[in-house]
Design a protein around this ligand. Structure first.
Ligand code: A4P
Ligand code: MG
Length: 181
């Protein structure tokens, strides 16, 4: 099944947290495809927290939605995620945005992710991966501060990276690298 994950970090070595999360998905699933990485101003939470790095990954998975949530939460725990306040700073956040053929309004697993269509930090990288999944008018519907949402690089690794509107293969086998463009 095809699933889309929103991945973010605004604490510690943000690039390393994204790379480690992607590596954790690669060992589980064939066919990981990753959007460019955006640096985004925090939405909600304490004003003092730093900017996020955000990207979206598409995976082709045999895992059920609940199993995938368990994996997402394990990756967050391995990144040392501490939950102190809602929308507070986090080393790693991995959210299930969409899962093929599955919807749920269970608070423990709501799919599609309940706030994804309001958020430029989700919609911009999702549009890079799959424009058909994003409302065509989101640029006008979502309050986007252009200065707070900018592409800052790509992750290279044993997965396919979408950059500048086209997919290309990263370095096979090696660790993903930091800012690439
Ligand atoms: N949960 C329910 N549905 C899902 C889902 N589809 N994927 C539950 C993942 N988890 C889901 O999650 C809280 C609870 O949501 C969990 O118990 C899980 O079972 P969490 O990871 O502890 O906290 P969270 O992600 O902060 O919660 P929430 O309310 O989902 O946050 P949002 O709405 O995702 O916002 N600003 C920028 N620039 N970039 C960001 O990445 N992220 C947030 C988080 C706020 N502001 C941001 C960013
Ligand atoms: Mg989350």
């Amino acid at each position: 099944m095809e699933a889309y994950l929103g991945i973010g970090s605004n604490l510690g070595d943000r690039w390393a947290h994204l790379r480690t999360a992607l590596a954790g998905l690669v060992v589980l699933d064939a066919g990981v495809v990753v959007s460019p990485v955006y640096e985004t101003a925090p939405v909600g939470g304490p004003a003092s927290q730093g900017p996020h790095l955000n990207c979206v990954a598409r995976i082709d998975t045999e895992l059920s939605p609940r199993e995938l949530l368990g994996i997402a939460q394990r990756l967050e725990a391995e990144a040392g995620r501490v939950r102190e306040e809602r929308w507070g700073p986090r080393t790693l956040d991995v959210d299930i945005l969409l899962y093929e053929g599955f919807t749920s309004d269970d608070p423990e697993l709501t799919v599609p992710h309940p706030r994804m269509y309001e958020r430029a930090f989700v919609l911009a990288p999702l549009e890079d991966l799959a424009a058909s999944l994003v409302p065509g008018d989101w640029h006008t519907r979502v309050a986007v501060d252009r200065d707070s949402l900018r592409r800052v690089g790509v992750l290279l690794g044993p997965f396919t990276t979408v950059a500048a509107g086209r997919a290309r293969h990263g370095d096979s086998g090696g660790p993903a690298s930091g800012p690439g463009c």
